[in-house]
Design a protein around this ligand. Sequence first.
Ligand SMILES: CSC[C@@H](O)[C@@H](O)C(=O)COP(=O)(O)O
Length: 352
Amino acid sequence: MNTHAHDSIRAVQWTGTHLRLLDQRRLPHESVYLDLDTAPETAVAIRDMVVRGAPAIGVTAAYGVVLSARHAWTRDPAHWRDAMQADLDTLAASRPTAVNLFWALDHMRRLMDRLPDGVDPTAELLLEAERIHHDDIEGNRRMGELGAALIEPGKAVLTHCNTGSLATGGYGTALGVIRSAYAKGLIPHVFADETRPWLQGSRLTAWELVQDRIPVSLLCEGAAASLMREGRISWVIVGADRIAANGDAANKIGTYGLAILARHHGVRFMVVAPTTTIDMEAADGSAIPIEQRGTEEVLELAGKRVAADGAGAWNPAFDVTPAELIDAIVTEKGVVAQPDQENMALLMGAKT
Ligand SMILES: CSC[C@@H](O)[C@@H](O)C(=O)COP(=O)(O)O
């Protein structure tokens, strides 16, 4: 029997008593799981990249709220909501760009407000976290179908970062489209950027694709222009951490450059993300907070200094691709071609 990565990889799990995370910092060579019991531990795991990828961060935060509720109810059943406040703030401060985190916290907070006083809220909150998790996987399957339908058979595609089972509730966004397209025989091969400085492409995307027996070639980001010039790919397919109301999309640093290269070479550019990644409060990309991470991530490789002593570094974790460089945004609610403020509002059911 073939083992498909998307069936077996569960980066985020509820054990019945604990939140269990696959430590993505140690992949692909070691599969180590961490069991977490508190919301502050969950926030640290998000910040330190044990779990990463916008939808997976959202799902994790929802389970973090469950852990918080359990402690709050034990400590102070009469004021469990107040007792959770510090935990909610800590979770919200873990990473700034992926809006799925804030979406999940808001969603859980709204449920907290509806729950009755005097009753342990843990079970209800757990049900909701599990629903968020389940809906994310369903949404990915749907996006897989919708995105694959845009791809004509024949050429390879290029992806960036990791948007697969590891980055989501399961299956993946951009990698979900790639999985579906490969299963339909539409794409023969996948090119994956290694994705400095965390190497999500080499360590995580390649690991997932190899397990699914989908042929993958890694490349340094700097090789993408030459790949396109050789006419070897039809689409660049990426995920997103936050999409603004006009369709500008923040994603892993380097995505913007790929979009410019794609337009120059007549390659199409697809962003795949659930509607929980869309932030209608952000008018355009300039309103999206971009996380700056520590300089050691650039100056070192696997914990070992590689840069010349005395050199500094600039390490933004994300960049913003302007909507006009995006050919399609694929969500679980449908595809937005040539995204702009009007068709994004239509998708989200908002008034223009
Ligand atoms: C489905 S994941 C979409 C994005 O979150 C992904 O492309 C990305 O940029 C992840 O960044 P990371 O810093 O690894 O959390």
